[in-house]
Ligand binder design. Structure first.
Ligand code: GLC
Length: 756
């Protein structure tokens, strides 16, 4: 009976707002907008964090609490961090069945790299350069999150960054705008799928708009001051690619950009995003970023912050409660306009209609599906596949890798060797802590060898109980080093797992140093003194300084934070069941003093050699370090080897509307089948604004059997030459260019052409 009543009630409340489902969305939006009071409109612009355990008793203050009442009276448009079908159904019921118009909530969550089953951190996924795999990984995350009631993710984070000190480098696609743009589009497609109204897809969110990755000194939330040249040529392209891929929401960034907080930046949000790019989704603020404009010294008070944010193009207020408190007054005082409010609400309603939430606000609330999908074989095998593809082989002297599968005594050493928590990375709110497969467990799944395990040194002083628990890095306790050294002494090979604790990168985790934290370096050197057969497996959320390891350790594997299947992926690579194919999406420095460090740097007026004698001191360099990275952007080795032919151009020049091709033959000259990321870089020799020494403009992931040769062909047309030029126009300029094709950003293999 109850169920029946429930059904009738639901149908009745919907009839107030949604016409038949084949009425065009725009008509449905307009029709609903006409019915809404000002309070109800402002309510849509208000987003609350999950503020009570909704499956438990109501929040303190009970059902009379203002937040509870706002939910029940249509003064909340969205919630975040409400998760699990039971919780979502409860808050949705309040909004849909108790309020006058029954407008459903859009339920947001930080599905950054997996929901309960965690995939590799986005920086690691990018290292695969496998756009299909990245898209599929996002789709699997969407599948698991939507089964838990989520219909909007605050991802992809598309902030380009060149500074490994910034903790959030783990969350993005690294330093290059071309690669970052393709990854942004792939992740949007993965999250949103072909049909946003499918219960297996959710709305994506391009963030953080804009330039957050340029926070000064790599210190999170710090100020950003960059010129229009960098803004348009480096920062904006991935956002534009996400918009072109159909992303339905944007999130603004905490930082001020050239003196204007992004939250109130009309140029960014109204002129570029909603104007030039014609974006018709909505912009959500970052957490409390409206209120923070007072701390920026940009808003006089909360009310003034609301005026600035709405005028600046921010449509929804995450956790500042400012639109809720002041939008009506600001309208009455003429500080904001009805059109601005209606436009913001139209955008929010549009996305809700596209998600099918008016047709059925409980479409994401299916307990059976939640049971069936969460942790399913499809998702677990998908994150394992993504993890293997994300691993980068940085060094393999004398082919120490792959390891023999039997008869070996392996000493597994390091604070992260048995760690089941750090591989999950920082953004794993919905995952069970300690749910990752450790390296120890991964290696133990290969029974043919004898594995001993010693932590050597603790990395942290206490194990966190849960998310956001702060910990100290161990700088006091060296106990365990002797046992580790003893275990290394009579081992055939030592596998050391070193790097960063899972919460040493991510939001609010900037570091002023990029060394191995704590006593890990000392442990590494002590072990190397008794056994040089070391495979160093790195588990980290950012580029690190690895000079000593590079000079003294024969094999180095960059394993990032690979998520739930971390240990299995690493073991399959170490034993050669997967031939590593990853390439670095960020430069690894020789010193933190080189930050910011990136391959697509400008020539400067005094370019010079790197470390060799340049004949004088008067060139752009350090007197105590090289300019070049230790490992460059695009670098990654394989268990096999590849040989490239010279570049063949179809013509030495082309003009407007024309195209030339650049091709190479690539041969697998080793004994393993393998994959190579063939990369195309272009150099624009002179232009109306200084240009990078080279820029990635194409790549192809090529699978080659041992001994096989394939030809890779790149088409070069005007679109690859366009840039934001000295006159502020996005265009290609005639001139001389060089094409480089090779296995990383330092390749010398080149051919000249001109564009007339
Ligand atoms: C955080 C982050 C943002 C995230 C939001 C909601 O502070 O900056 O990326 O989506 O708040 O958790």
């Amino acid at each position: 009976m109850k169920k029946y009543a429930f059904g009738v009630l639901t149908l009745l409340s919907f009839s107030l707002v949604a016409q038949s489902k084949n009425t065009p969305v725009e008509d449905q939006v307009e029709a609903l907008l006409q019915k809404m009071t000002l309070e109800e409109k402002i309510g849509q612009m208000n987003q609350y964090n999950g503020f009570w355990n909704v499956t438990g008793p109501p929040p303190q203050g009970g059902e009379t609490s203002d937040k509870y009442q706002n939910l029940a009276t249509g003064r909340v448009g969205s919630m975040l961090n409400v998760r699990g079908v039971k919780e979502v159904r409860e808050v949705q019921r309040l909004a849909v069945e108790e309020s006058r118009l029954g407008i459903p909530l859009i339920i947001g969550f930080d599905l950054i790299h997996g929901y309960k089953t965690i995939s590799p951190i986005p920086l690691a996924e990018t290292a695969s350069w496998d756009l299909e795999a990245i898209q599929h990984s996002a789709a699997l995350g969407a599948k698991e999150a939507t089964a838990a009631g989520i219909n909007w993710t605050f991802a992809p984070m598309v902030d380009i960054t060149r500074d490994a000190r910034w903790g959030r480098v783990m969350e993005g696609a690294g330093e290059d705008p071309y690669l970052g743009s393709l990854v942004a589009a792939a992740r949007v497609r993965g999250f949103q799928g072909e049909d946003l109204s499918s219960p297996h897809t959710l709305a994506a969110c391009a963030k953080h708009f804009a330039a957050y990755g340029f926070s000064e000194a790599g210190r999170d939330y710090n100020t950003v001051d960059i010129g229009l040249n960098t803004l348009h040529n480096i920062v904006l392209p991935p956002f534009k690619a996400a918009a072109a891929a159909g992303v339905r929401t944007f999130m603004n960034s905490f930082n001020d950009l050239n003196g204007i907080p992004a939250t109130a930046d009309k140029y960014l949000q109204r002129e570029i995003l909603k104007g030039d790019w014609n974006f018709d989704g909505f912009v959500v603020s970052d957490w409390g970023s409206l209120r923070e404009m007072m701390d920026h010294g940009f808003a006089r008070d909360r009310k003034h912050a609301g005026e600035l944010a709405l005028n600046g193009g921010s449509d929804m207020d995450m956790e500042s409660y400012i639109y809720l408190d002041y939008a009506k007054e600001l309208l009455q005082e003429g500080k904001v306009t009805q059109e601005q409010i209606d436009d913001a609400v139209r955008r929010i309603l549009r996305v809700k209609f596209e998600l099918g939430l008016f047709e059925d606000p409980y479409r994401y609330c299916d307990e059976k599906r939640e049971q069936a999908v969460t942790g399913s074989e499809e998702i677990v095998s998908g994150v394992l596949d993504m993890a293997k593809k994300s691993i980068v082989l940085l060094k393999n002297q004398n082919n120490l890798l792959p390891l023999k599968k039997e008869g070996q005594k392996i000493a597994l050493i390091g604070p992260l060797a048995a760690d089941k928590n750090s591989p999950l990375g920082n953004w794993r709110i919905a995952a069970e802590n300690f749910s990752a497969v450790s390296v120890l467990e991964g290696l133990q799944s290969y029974p043919g060898n004898t594995i001993t395990h010693e932590q050597g040194v603790k990395l942290i002083n206490k194990v966190p109980a849960g998310f956001h628990e702060e910990v100290d890095i161990n700088t006091t306790d060296k106990s365990g080093i002797e046992e580790a050294v003893a275990s290394a002494k009579d081992a055939d090979v030592v596998v050391m797992v070193l790097g960063e604790y899972g919460f040493q990168s991510g939001e609010a985790r900037s570091r002023a140093n990029l060394d191995l934290p704590g006593f890990q370096q000392e442990l590494l050197e002590r072990v190397a003194a008794v056994n040089s057969n070391i495979v160093l497996v790195l588990m980290n959320g950012r580029p690190l300084v690895l000079n000593w390891a590079d000079a003294n350790v024969p094999a180095i594997v960059e394993a990032w934070q690979l998520g739930t299947q971390s240990g299995n992926a690493i073991a399959q690579v170490l034993y050669g069941d997967y031939n590593p194919s990853g390439k670095l999406p960020m430069s690894f420095p020789r010193s933190v003093g080189q930050m910011p460090l990136y391959y697509n740097h400008k020539s400067t007026g005094r370019p010079g050699a790197d470390g060799e004698d340049a004949g004088s001191v008067f060139w752009s360099h350090y007197i105590d370090e090289k300019n070049s990275p230790l490992y460059p952007f695009g670098f990654g080795l394989s268990y096999t080897s590849f040989e490239y032919s010279d570049i063949r151009l179809s013509a030495p020049q082309f003009s407007k509307g024309g195209t030339i091709t650049a091709q190479v033959d690539i041969t697998n000259t080793g004994k393993y089948n393998g994959k190579e990321v063939v990369q195309l870089y272009l150099k624009d020799h002179f232009a109306s604004a200084t240009r990078p020494v080279r820029e990635l403009k194409g790549f192809e992931l090529v699978e080659l059997k041992a001994g096989e040769t394939k030809t890779v062909v790149f088409s070069i047309d005007e679109s690859l030459l366009q840039f934001y030029n000295g006159q502020g126009q996005w265009m290609a300029e005639p001139g001389a260019f060089t094409a480089f094709i090779g296995s990383d950003s330092t390749t010398k293999r080149s051919a000249e052409f001109s564009f007339n």
